[in-house]
Write a protein that binds this ligand. Structure first.
Ligand code: GLU
Length: 554
């Protein structure tokens, strides 16, 4: 067969040579050992935590080594494409601190970098050129099989219990005379371009994986599709051509691609190109609430899989980073504790310390990390965070929260000075719920009064409290007055004493202070009552307390 002739027949309009593109996209001018990484999301509109997980690995490897990370839009499946998705990808990644050195940008056909275009749909000419090369080498051929013919092959394979697929004797278009191809082309019949595999299922290929070590895989023996009938490449072909020409050194992608890895290395090897270092990342898993077993996160069941979840809940990007680094590198947590004054970006991230099995997503642990990080922020930063989040996601709260910034900052500051700041904010959404009691417009009573002090007991406590309340009292004087009320009404001053002999008391001082707390804040859990009262001011305090006395007498 004259392969050169076949290649001209199939690609008469391709006038560029592979050499042309090799020169157009030269080797990168980066320091020795620098990593060139990328993410290649598809513009489906859904961007998930796994994308960020991989992006963080790529960003760290690149920027730690003086290399670069770029963004390539893998839009070869136009059916799944959603309008505005590229914007979502770039915005979300930037929000979470992934800034690309190169790649697709917010403008439609704009490209930032010399390896452009960074959108696969704009790279058709490049794929065609290399497809033509493969045909001329005898490594690719057109296949005019219809769906019916493929289904028939499948049936035969089922009957004779052979492996499914398009290969060897089943590859009916593999060695057809050129005249048959000419005929079909003349009739305008559609075709796909297939790779002619010389692989053998009984052979193994060895691939070094940056996370999993050396892999032994069955060689590919299938004549897989390179170009679909509309001339658009499959993921396999586009990945190999793009990562070669964009001079990617590390391909970081999900483990779902392990199954087709033999195809990818076969293409690299056939074209005589150096393979990148593949790094297949583990699936994100969670413990299922119902079964208690580990399972993959699913788009349908788990809102926390979507990156937008973390934005809409008002989680801070730093917390997401720290959490993901904790999952990614087994030595991160220890390092971060020992280097409390450093940024997580100073951590020496390494592929060796990566977990090979599923990465377990543990939201309670994430919340703890988040609380820890927020506890170290300044009052100003917390104020800004809540204001920005609520402006978009909770307008009502935004209005009250920002109407008197000084007051809002004062209440945020409660319990936040000193060496042990309160760790009570995990996200801006939760913070706005928590802080809502400080503002009359958003205040709602949530909790009941303590069981040991309901009804008239509660009324007496609150009445006495109001009688003795003096806003000029120091914290100590104030507390002594609360103690005096407790003593007078037979509530033990030491909770232990009450526990020992509950029949001797009405309750303990904890009940008395919780009556005041619930009257003031509507909840049994809150920062220090004295500090809250000082921030709220006398009028609000007296109003909230009287309101509770009135409520019960009515
Ligand atoms: N478009 C592929 C995906 O979304 C990218 C895989 C890769 O990084 O090579 O899974």
């Amino acid at each position: 067969m004259d392969y050169k002739k076949l290649s001209e027949l199939l690609f008469p309009n391709v006038d560029k040579t592979p050499q042309y593109f090799e020169e157009l996209y030269p080797q990168r001018n980066v320091p020795k050992g620098a990593c060139v990484t990328r993410i290649g999301p598809s513009p489906t509109g859904f961007i998930h935590l796994g994308n960020l997980y991989n992006a963080i690995i790529g960003e760290r490897l690149a920027h730690q080594s003086g290399g670069i990370i770029f963004l390539r839009i893998e839009d070869t499946d136009s059916k799944r494409e959603v309008k505005g998705a590229v914007r979502t990808i770039i915005k979300s990644m930037n929000h979470f601190g992934i800034h690309f050195d190169e790649g697709a940008t917010l403008k439609k056909h704009d490209n930032n970098g010399i390896y452009a275009p960074y959108k696969q749909s704009d790279r058709k000419e490049i794929y065609q050129t290399f497809a033509k090369l493969l045909v001329s080498m005898g490594y690719a051929y057109p296949c005019f099989c219809t769906q019916d013919e493929l289904a028939r092959l499948h049936e035969i394979q089922q009957r004779v219990e052979d492996n499914f697929g398009y290969y060897e004797r089943y590859a009916i278009w593999r060695d057809r005379p050129i005249e048959d191809v000419e005929d079909m082309l003349a009739k305008g019949e559609p075709y796909v371009l297939r790779f002619r595999s010389v692989g053998d299922i009984n052979n193994y290929v060895y691939v070094k994986d940056g996370i999993r070590g050396e892999l032994r895989l069955h060689e590919n023996y299938q004549d897989f599709v390179l170009l679909k009938s509309d001339g658009i490449p499959t993921y396999h072909f586009a990945h190999v051509v793009d990562d070669h020409l964009m001079r990617t050194t590390h391909v970081i992608r999900g483990e779902e691609w392990l199954a087709t890895l033999p195809i990818h290395v076969q293409l690299f090897d056939t074209l005589g190109w150096e393979r990148p270092l593949y790094c297949h990342t583990p699936q994100l898993m969670k413990i299922d609430e119902d079964t208690g077993k580990k399972r993959k996160l699913s788009k349908r069941q788990d809102p926390e899989l979507a990156l937008t979840y973390y934005v809409s809940q008002g989680y801070i990007p730093d917390a997401v980073w720290v959490y993901l680094l904790t999952v990614l590198n087994s030595n991160f947590e220890e390092w971060f504790t020992a280097n409390a004054d450093k940024s997580y970006l100073d951590f020496p991230f390494s592929l060796d310390k990566m977990n090979k099995s599923g990465a377990l997503l543990d939201i309670p642990k994430f919340n703890d990390i988040s609380k820890e990080i927020i506890s170290k922020l300044s009052v100003e930063d917390i104020y800004d965070g809540i204001a920005q989040w609520s402006r978009k996601y909770n307008r009502k709260f935004y209005k009250v929260f920002t109407s008197n910034p000084e007051y809002s900052k004062k209440v945020i500051g409660i319990g936040r000075s000193g060496d042990k700041p309160r760790k009570d904010i995990e996200s801006w959404k939760q913070a706005s719920k928590f802080l809502s009691f400080y503002f009359d417009d958003t205040f709602k009573r949530k909790d009941d009064f303590p069981v040991n002090a309901q009804g008239s007991d509660k009324d007496i406590i609150l009445t006495k409290y109001l009688e003795t309340l003096d806003f000029n009292d120091s914290q100590e004087e104030w507390f002594n007055k609360v103690r005096a009320i407790a003593e007078e009404l037979n509530y033990a001053l030491q909770p232990k004493k009450y526990k020992k002999n509950p029949e001797l008391y009405n309750g303990s001082i904890v009940d008395v202070s919780n009556v005041i707390r619930v009257a003031l804040t509507g909840r049994q859990n809150s920062p220090d009552i004295y500090e809250i009262s000082q921030a709220m001011g006398e009028t609000m305090v007296r109003d909230r307390i009287s309101e509770c006395i009135e409520l019960s007498s009515s």
